[in-house]
Design a protein around this ligand. Structure first.
Ligand code: SF4
Length: 248
């Protein structure tokens, strides 16, 4: 997903007291989406910073946590005040939103305006995720591969155990969610993909999405999900209430 521009606000930053959410560094903004928060019309905020370094990352400009935000929080709030009744919710995406300590205050402010909240996360901060679940109406959790592959994909040690713990918190919470996996066969093969599907279904995941991967190092990688045989898709679907593929 590309990161879009910022709205312009007429609310001066000095017109209201400082607040914790002001510290949220936002690297990009989409004013309207119908696909990032299922069943909702939503705006998307791309939070700056991510501790992982997946080779296929589509938002490399968001990875550096020291880069200042491009969109002040007061402009987000001003935008949302003008969208009440037009938007249902706000998606916090990234980067990794849970990296930032200002996220809880931002979620609270968005909810106080009457919007629902969604989080896209890689699952690297299980304790922080658990602490925010009561502020969330929906979570999209990336499961980047079979557990034994995740550290290599994220290029970060101990990633897999953190994602597994995040998944456990999410499943226990009852918060509506989807788990999604970005895949091409250069990351891991179809047999492992099938094993992963069995594992996730066995853990209680009800909704799994297999997403095409546009890997800059692998020309044509984005076509791989669309080329999976129908019989393979039927086997992947087993055990889930909902299984979807997302292709270009
Ligand atoms: S977790 Fe997401 S934002 Fe972070 S490096 Fe991986 S693909 Fe990029």
């Amino acid at each position: 997903m590309s990161v879009a521009s910022s709205p312009r606000s007429t609310e001066p930053a000095h017109s209201r007291p400082g607040r914790a959410a002001d510290a949220l560094r936002i690297g990009g903004f989409i004013p309207l989406t119908s696909i990032d928060f299922p069943g909702r019309l939503a705006a998307v905020l791309f939070c700056q910073g991510c501790p992982w370094r997946c080779g296929y990352c589509h938002n490399p400009e968001l990875l550096d946590a020291t880069v200042p935000g491009v969109l002040p929080w007061n402009e987000v709030i001003a935008f949302l005040k003008h969208r009440r009744g037009l938007l249902d919710g706000v998606v916090f995406s990234g980067g990794e939103p849970l990296l930032q300590a200002a996220l809880p205050a931002a979620l609270d402010e968005v909810r106080a305006l009457g919007f629902e909240t969604a989080l896209h996360t890689g699952g690297m901060y299980p304790d922080r995720l658990a602490a925010q679940l009561s502020r969330l109406d929906w979570v999209g959790l990336d499961i980047k591969g079979p557990w034994e592959r995740i550290d290599a994909i994220t290029r970060s040690r101990h990633s897999a155990e953190r994602v597994r713990e995040s998944l456990e918190h999410l499943l226990a919470s009852g918060v509506p969610h989807e788990c999604r996996t970005t895949w091409h066969p250069g990351l891991f093969g179809e047999a492992e993909l099938l094993g992963m599907a069995r594992d996730l279904a066995g853990r209680g995941v009800r909704h799994w999405v297999l997403q095409a991967c546009r890997d800059p190092a692998v020309p044509g990688s984005e076509a791989a999900v669309g080329r999976l045989a129908a019989a393979m898709l039927d086997r992947l679907r087993e055990g889930f209430e909902r299984f979807e593929t997302r292709t270009p």
